[in-house]
Design a protein around this ligand. Structure first.
Ligand SMILES: [Zn+2]
Length: 122
């Protein structure tokens, strides 16, 4: 499991809540909500570092307006996804051809899942 993302500043142990992106061709540093994926030229920042960020000379800082929220926990989503995948990969609980044999007569009941095969009438 992935550990929570940390501020990318040296020695900063705080959790990242914002992503700093350098837009080089516009000489702009954008501080926005935490990006879902780490990309080149992006740096995760904790709230104090995101708020105190200053741009290098000649650069502008565009800062996200409003609160920086810690990312919502995604554990539930991941668990749900894992469950769904496991469910899909699971083989049928029982082979229908064996289980559908009537234990008294030894004859097949003709069920195939939710479908019923109508035997030919004689
Ligand atoms: Zn920090």
């Amino acid at each position: 499991m992935r550990s929570p993302r940390r501020c990318s500043r040296n020695g900063c142990p705080r959790q990242a809540v914002a992503t700093l992106t350098y837009v080089y061709n516009e000489s702009t540093a954008v501080v926005g909500p935490l990006a879902a994926f780490a990309e080149p030229h992006t740096y995760d920042l904790c709230e104090p570092h995101a708020r105190s960020l200053t741009a290098p000379r000649g650069w502008e800082v565009v800062r996200h307006e409003g609160e920086f929220e810690p990312p919502p926990p995604t554990t539930d989503d991941l668990v749900a996804l894992a469950e769904a995948v496991r469910e899909a990969a699971r083989p049928a609980p029982r082979p229908p051809d064996e289980a559908d044999v009537d234990p008294h007569t030894g004859q097949q009941t003709g069920r195939r899942g939710h479908l019923r095969v109508i035997p030919p009438s004689y």
